[in-house]
Design a binder for this molecule. Sequence first.
Ligand code: SF4
Ligand code: SF4
Length: 309
Amino acid sequence: MKQNLLKTLDEKKIFKLVLGLGNQDFEEIEDLVTVYAIAGADMFDINPSKEAIEAVLRGVKKAGRQIEEFYYTISTGLLGDSHVQKCHIDKNKCKRCGKCIKKCPRNAIEWNGEFPEVIVQKCIGCKKCDDCKAISFNDTEYNIEEIVKLAKKYKLDCVELHISSKKIPEQEIKYVLKEFSGALSVCLDRKYYSNERIKKLINKIIKWKQDSKFIIQADGVPMSGGDDTFKSTLQAVAMAHLVQDYGTYIFMSGGTNTKTAWLAKTCELRYNGIGIGSYARKIVKNKKLEEAVHEAEKLIKACKNDRED
Ligand code: SF4
Ligand code: SF4
């Protein structure tokens, strides 16, 4: 039987593949999981849908591995979080310049006749196409009860709430604490929250939970990964540094790459895991399985070795 996630985090640092909160390209999810399951990932971070969970499980099986060998988080963005927003193009305002198509890193905008069209399943709300009056973003609805139900049904290890709105989502956090026996993870970034507000929120959760045994995902600059530079990962490390004195478990994400563990070690940072999304997806894109696994192995090794070889 699989060991409890938090107990494992007490013993070792783990690598989590973030599949993209808004990513509904289930074929891509399955392929990514196959590659990273072979390469030695420990955990998969999945968007809150039955289809995405099923795709992850298929990917694990395709890799020839057992479901129980990995940990699974179901992640949801709460209202206002860009992870759950989808791009919308107003044709009446569109000048058909095509710039948004070039800017989108997910190929989520394509020409459909005369106008660009968003492929909603591929859009992850990264807002790299944002610089145009014809473009706006819609929130996708979420239902915390359904999400917890899914987590229980598939025996997932963790429910993660992305908190990036002006209002502290007290009800949602309390609901997960009450109804879910697995781990709680709260993903925090500094879009709306000052350092002081983040500290206040952590203290509140500790009070509601009556201990600090939960995960904080320190999200540097959400969905900013892509470059393998110190600059790209700097904010994730800085964010982890900000929250490291509360006794919670800490994951770094948002701009994470092969430099993250190295920088964290140099800063003498305490943390329990690294979650990588954009960069992990980018380095295996359009590669054959063997080559993709090789790239993924290099990334995981860099995350676990604390230094660049
Ligand atoms: S939506 Fe904006 S960026 Fe995209 S083609 Fe139309 S005018 Fe250009
Ligand atoms: S650039 Fe980002 S937000 Fe815009 S369509 Fe592409 S994935 Fe969606």
